[in-house]
Design a protein around this ligand. Structure first.
Ligand code: SAM
Length: 282
């Protein structure tokens, strides 16, 4: 039998039952289109036996789709009313799947422990915290091997951008520390209720080893933040505060094999790692 997924009428009924007024601050735009859910679940390429971490299950649109493709789903939802309602919604539409779901009522930016070891992150993320959520989860849950997230379309472009690209910046470099990142599609506004004012993008990531480097991740991220804080400056100028002086910045950048007159936007994550490492060595 076809997978029962939530449609516009279901979402409206659930929202009415909860007397829910979707808030912008929590990025509450709910998917009301089963085809979009199928598309996301398919793009996530889940293998048999996977435990999926879903951030912001909301009214359960994606959760229902994920429960069909995954062994388990751990759903982290900040809105306690939505978290409390979720198992009931699943019980209503897929009673046999209730046991495969764990709901955690928490802020995904703060979770450091989960009931299980998620192997995949699949989520329609709250847009204003999408990048910090992805980075936080990749950092704290090394069991996450891959993921597929829906974010604001321009954020999707930024996450997946490569050096030299106009949208390449802090999110792109930091994400590249953890994973290979690729844009996997665009989603229109009318598959949501309420409809957002901008399109959404799908981003796929596949975990890889961070660059070989003796500097700590936090030290490398410091260099990245400094390099992009003043986007139009040369690396020498942008990193002078971080290094202590312009001359010292130049020395470290050269030691890393990088041109001090270049801008941060042309460096890949391994170059930033080498600059952080140069400071340890001198
Ligand atoms: N997954 C649902 C869907 O596709 O219909 C809802 C997605 S909606 C874009 C984002 C969801 O994330 C909302 O349910 C919101 O309450 C929740 N949320 C917002 N900030 C959060 C946070 N920091 N941690 C966990 N959930 C959050």
């Amino acid at each position: 039998s076809p997978l029962p997924l939530l449609g516009a009428a279901d979402i409206r009924r659930l929202a009415a039952e909860l007397d829910l007024r979707p808030t912008k601050t929590l990025g509450q735009n709910f998917v009301i289109d089963g085809n979009t859910i199928r598309r996301i679940v398919l793009a996530a390429q889940l293998q048999p036996g996977e435990t999926v971490l879903e951030v912001g299950p909301g009214l359960g649109s994606l959760t229902l789709g994920l429960l069909d493709a995954a062994e388990r789903v751990i759903a982290v939802e900040i809105d306690s009313r939505l978290a409390a309602r979720l198992p009931k919604t699943i019980a209503e539409f897929r009673p046999e799947k209730v046991a495969a779901l764990d709901v955690v009522a928490a802020d995904a930016l703060k979770v450091t422990e989960l009931p299980g070891q998620p192997t995949a992150l699949v989520a329609n993320l709250p847009y204003n915290v999408a990048v910090p959520v992805v980075l936080h989860l990749l950092e704290h849950f090394p069991s996450l091997q891959h993921g597929l997230v829906m974010v604001q379309d321009e954020v999707a472009d930024r996450l997946a951008a490569t050096p030299g690209n106009k949208t390449y910046g802090v999110p792109s470099v930091k994400a590249a520390w953890y994973a290979g990142v690729r844009k996997a599609g665009v989603i229109g506004m009318n598959v949501f209720w309420p409809a957002p004012k901008i399109s959404s993008g799908l981003v796929e990531f596949i975990r890889r080893e961070p660059p070989q480097c003796r500097a700590e991740r936090a030290q490398v991220f410091e260099v990245i933040d400094a390099a992009f804080a003043q986007r139009r400056k040369t690396l020498r100028a942008a990193l002078s505060g971080w290094a202590g002086s312009g001359a010292r910045a130049e020395e470290l950048i050269l030691a890393a094999g990088v041109d001090p007159s270049a801008r941060g936007e042309v460096l890949d994550v391994t170059a930033f790692a080498r600059i952080a490492e140069a400071r340890l060595d001198s």
